[in-house]
Design a protein around this ligand. Structure first.
Ligand code: PLP
Length: 385
């Protein structure tokens, strides 16, 4: 019989965490929701919106049922129909999908090689008189290096800046939370994220009219909540009270979760010091990452698939790159985008040559040291814990 080796530890790439006391507290609140019978657009959704806006230092926030619908609200309220929207080639499908769903034209820009966000010089070359918006994505929770340059560029050219902050709850630049620097900021509470509401999303905006119009889109295009009088081609994008309950509970843990993630990141920073083939992604001065992901650049001499397979045998999951395939190479977008006259060399290089080390609110100090030890073994060095 084959000798099956059981790994010393099993460390998932990501894991959402509900502390036991929060589960207990939510049980009675859940019962309260059921007793009121108000399962959507009730008090908890309002509380979640208020607390999220306060956390970011934003005026108002709008809770919706996903980060994807938050993005489409951003596109629709800016009015991208028939207009061009510049999106980084390296992001999740939904960033670009929202542009097409809202009737906009996609232009993909290449990324920079520091934080893997949209490169501002590349983006500036893609701007034309029909450009309505630029989307910047904070990959892995690290504020995009060119965020402020893109802000300036958009101001100069009269273009809206959207921050897809699906990864970046609590990340900041010079003390200002990301999501509040763009004209519109969008967030996701999908269960892989730093905090979750099960499914859910949030929109914040500089112009309060975006929030008001977003509110109309969220509820079937009804101009006033209750009455069936439809002014917009809206959707069923409401957040349920049960999702809001989860979201509030998690939001109140956000800073604590980020502190834990930072502690794990320091162990990785320290451990990777001695491994020249693996280098941690740079966090620009003045920026704070929430460490949604701990991104590591690999020298092309490292075989990523072999490394992932070996680490998996040892109980360490390195799944979940951000991302392994650029959007320009996704079948769904073929013949549906402009840009990339000279290809997307930075996005292609990054997609093929990075991994993400496990990080979550429950990865322990010992887990992180184990990950480092196993990476040393793979690279042929020795490191004692
Ligand atoms: C960068 C980015 N944008 C948008 C989304 C969409 O969010 P959701 O899954 O909540 O619809 C995600 C989700 O993973 C994402 O990673």
């Amino acid at each position: 019989m084959e000798d099956l080796k059981v790994p010393e530890r099993v460390i998932p790439a990501a894991q959402i965490h509900f502390p036991e006391e929060d589960i207990v507290a939510m049980q009675s609140e859940f019962a309260d929701i059921l007793r009121t019978g108000q399962l959507v657009l009730g008090e908890r959704t309002k509380i979640f919106e208020r607390e999220f806006a306060d956390y970011l230092g934003a005026d108002k926030a709008l809770a919706v049922n996903s980060g994807t619908s938050a993005l489409e609200i951003a596109m629709r309220c800016i009015g991208v129909e028939g207009k061009n929207v510049i999106v980084p080639a390296n992001t999740f499908y939904a960033t670009a999908g929202a542009v097409l769903h809202a009737g906009g034209n996609l232009k993909f820009g290449d990324i920079e090689s520091e934080t893997f966000g949209l490169d501002s010089e590349n983006a500036s070359r893609l701007i034309d008189e029909n450009t309505a918006a630029i989307v910047v994505v904070h990959i892995g929770g690290t504020p995009s290096r060119d965020l402020m340059k893109l802000r300036q560029l958009c101001d100069e050219r009269g273009i809206k800046l959207i921050e897809d902050s699906a990864h970046a709850h609590g990340s900041s630049v010079n003390g200002q939370k990301v999501g509040t620097i763009g004209d519109v900021g969008t967030f996701s509470f999908f269960p892989t994220k730093v905090v979750t509401s099960g499914e859910g999303g949030m929109v914040v905006a500089k112009d309060p009219r975006v929030i008001e119009e977003g509110r109309i889109y969220r509820d079937q295009g009804k101009a006033s909540g209750g009455r069936n009088f439809h002014t917009h081609q809206g959707y069923a994008w409401r957040m349920s009270e049960i999702h809001a309950l989860l979201g509030i509970s998690q939001l109140r843990r956000l800073d604590e979760f980020i502190d834990h993630r930072k502690m794990i990141a320091r162990i990785y920073d320290d451990g990777l010091n001695g491994l020249p083939d693996l280098s941690p992604a740079v966090i620009p001065a003045g920026s704070e990452s929430n460490y949604y992901k701990y991104v590591v650049n690999l020298r092309p001499s490292i075989n990523r698939e072999l490394l992932k397979a070996k680490m998996k045998e040892l109980g360490v999951s390195l799944s979940g790159e951000v991302y392994a395939d650029g959007l320009h190479s996704q079948p769904v977008f073929q013949n549906k985008f402009e840009g990339g006259e000279n290809g997307f060399p930075n996005a292609d290089h990054f997609c093929a040559n990075h991994i993400c080390l496990p990080v979550s609110a429950v990865v322990s100090e010992e887990d992180a040291k184990y990950v480092i030890e196993k990476l040393y073994e793979f690279c042929g060095y020795s490191k004692t814990r």
